[in-house]
Write a protein that binds this ligand. Structure first.
Ligand code: NZQ
Ligand code: ZN
Length: 388
């Protein structure tokens, strides 16, 4: 049975190859001072930077640039951005990039006027924003996180070896997001497939919970099937617009709060993956990929009927004459085969982790209880060992 819920998603989306045309119209809704946030340079290489600057200038904006947002943005960088946003009295933060740039911009938006250390306030004490929040707009260049239409903002503290996510409420969701699938064509293959896995895993984190019959699970099965279908096409031809646009849209729906409504959620692959990320700085989707199969094999017996359904409805496993366990296992095997075909890592070693990190990674893993089994630290260690 669906639980009680409230649903509100205030992000306005512009989708398609001409979607950047809408930026001018959006800019008219905000004051003069724009904080233009981007990453390590892909936007300059692609020419998008020049296009954005031109649009900002045409609209008479004062532009302050905040470049150099790294993948897995750091607490130190957050402090720098918060200070700059406050000093320049930013009226709008324009995030141009992937999940890291989007997450970072949302974190800056709540931190600029908070009068406190943002890491302590939002990532240690997990307080909600009480001060002025600067609006955020997004031009997305990397597909996967869903950050363009949600309140998530993940920040990494390397000194403390903690990667922590704060899921902010609707006030922090981007006010608008521009999604042009063509902008994703320049992604290196490994980033593209890391995104694929991130999308699939966002869905499975919300799918593998509960034993009830609810609409969300049927929607998620459709999203997963679309992703798997298009992933093969995009792998073969990264400039397949149809495939890339379907994947972009699937990513947004996978984590814009919609499919989780009325359900409990698991999120343990992400909790372990984030802890791995704090130790290795691995690309988000790769860290998830390295631990997912050992995690799902471990929890499968506790949610057997859902894993069976996953095998049949998502991977097309033939159930004839097989036990539930055999069917469920074949589903995970099919997922593993897909991961291999995509070129995704299946072990922690492949992403630069070493066995002496196991204890630290387990200590840094937040243990949640929305899935089929609340793990103990010892069980996390067992899963990590299986991931080597
Ligand atoms: O920095 P630049 O030079 O732009 O290069 C980036 C970066 O190196 C590059 N890139 C992005 N778009 C490109 C491109 N290269 C060529 N062409 C393009 N069009 O890709 C690299 C990775 O970008 P990044 O933004 O780090 O990747 P992603 O979108 O996967 O974001 C990862 C971050 O999002 C967090 C992760 O933990 C991680 O910190 N997440 C946010 C979530 C949310 N808001 O709900 C949920 C996710 O589960 C995730 O935790
Ligand atoms: Zn993710």
């Amino acid at each position: 049975m669906l639980g009680n819920f409230t649903y509100c998603n205030p992000t306005k989306l512009y989708f398609g190859e001409n979607s950047l045309e809408n930026l001018s119209g959006e800019l008219k809704n905000y004051g003069k001072n724009i904080l233009f946030v981007y990453g390590g340079g892909s936007v300059k290489k692609s020419g998008l930077y020049d296009e954005i600057i031109k649009i900002l200038k045409e609209n008479g904006k004062n532009v302050t640039e905040l470049p150099g947002v790294m993948p897995n943005p750091t607490a130190e960088k957050l402090r720098e951005g918060a200070k700059l946003a406050k000093e320049t009295e930013a009226d709008l933060i324009l995030a141009v990039g992937g999940g890291s740039v989007c997450d970072y911009s949302k974190a800056v938006s709540v931190s600029a006027h908070c009068g406190d250390d943002p890491w302590e306030k939002f990532y240690v004490r997990y307080e909600e924003p009480t001060d002025k929040i600067i609006p955020v707009g997004v031009v997305l260049t990397m597909v996967g996180t869903g950050s363009e239409m949600n309140g998530g903002a993940v920040i990494t503290n390397h000194e403390l070896k903690i990667k922590a996510g704060h899921v902010f409420d609707e006030r922090v969701f981007p006010k608008f997001a521009i999604l042009n699938p063509r902008l994703t064509f320049t992604l290196p293959k490994e980033q593209m497939v890391a995104g694929f896995f991130d999308i699939l895993n966002h869905i499975t984190e919300q799918y593998f919970s509960g034993t009830d019959d609810n609409t969300s699970d049927y929607i998620m099965e459709g999203l997963m099937k679309s992703l798997i279908h298009s992933s093969y096409k995009a792998l073969k031809n990264p400039e397949d617009y149809e495939a890339r646009s379907n994947i972009m849209w699937t990513a947004t729906w996978a984590l814009n709060t919609f499919v989780a409504k009325g359900k409990t959620e698991d999120w343990m692959v992400h909790m372990i993956g984030h802890a791995v990320g704090a130790f290795t700085n691995a690309t988000h989707g790769m860290a998830l990929s390295a631990v997912a199969i050992p995690y799902y094999r471990f929890v499968m017996p506790f949610g057997l009927s859902k894993f069976k359904r996953f095998a049949i409805n998502v991977w097309g496993v033939d159930s004839e004459g097989k036990s539930d366990k055999e069917i469920a296992s074949e589903g995970l095997l099919a997922m593993e085969t897909w991961m291999t075909e995509m070129g995704l890592p299946l072990s922690l070693r492949e992403i630069g982790a070493t066995e002496d990190m196991i204890e630290g990674i387990a200590n840094a893993t937040f243990l949640l209880d929305g899935g089929y089994k609340k793990l103990t630290k010892e069980e996390v260690i067992e899963i990590l060992k299986n991931a080597f």
